[in-house]
Design a protein. Structure first.
Length: 115
């Protein structure tokens, strides 16, 4: 018998997925939504007055600009930290959905009445 030294191919074809950038985008969106809800609630409670950046739009221009800034900062920081890593999608997805739900809920006027 002749022995061969050819490399043996593995049947395990799993490839590590790097999803940190995508998970950063998802969680950043949840944080931005929550920031919008928090800014609206604080504004309606009289604890924070967002500046008017565009007079025809009124205070909503300042609130949306601040929420957009929070989203971009959160997304940028998370992307910087997670860009080359594999992140558990279950936890990030659950946290994102919770933050989105709270942010959307906080923008409805009936919720303001609870203050």
């Amino acid at each position: 018998m002749i022995a061969t030294t050819a490399p043996v191919e593995s049947t395990d074809k799993r490839v590590a997925t790097v999803n940190g950038s995508a998970m950063a985008a998802f969680l950043g969106a949840g944080i931005g939504s929550f920031a919008m809800g928090a800014i609206v609630l604080l504004n309606e409670a009289g604890m924070f007055g967002a500046p008017t950046l565009y007079a025809p739009a009124g205070g909503v221009s300042g609130r949306t600009t601040l929420a957009t800034a929070a989203w971009l900062v959160a997304w940028g920081l998370l992307h910087y930290r997670w860009k080359g890593r594999e992140i558990a999608t279950g936890r990030v997805s659950a946290l994102t959905l919770i933050l989105l739900a709270l942010g959307i809920l906080a923008t409805f006027p009936p919720v303001w009445g609870l203050l």
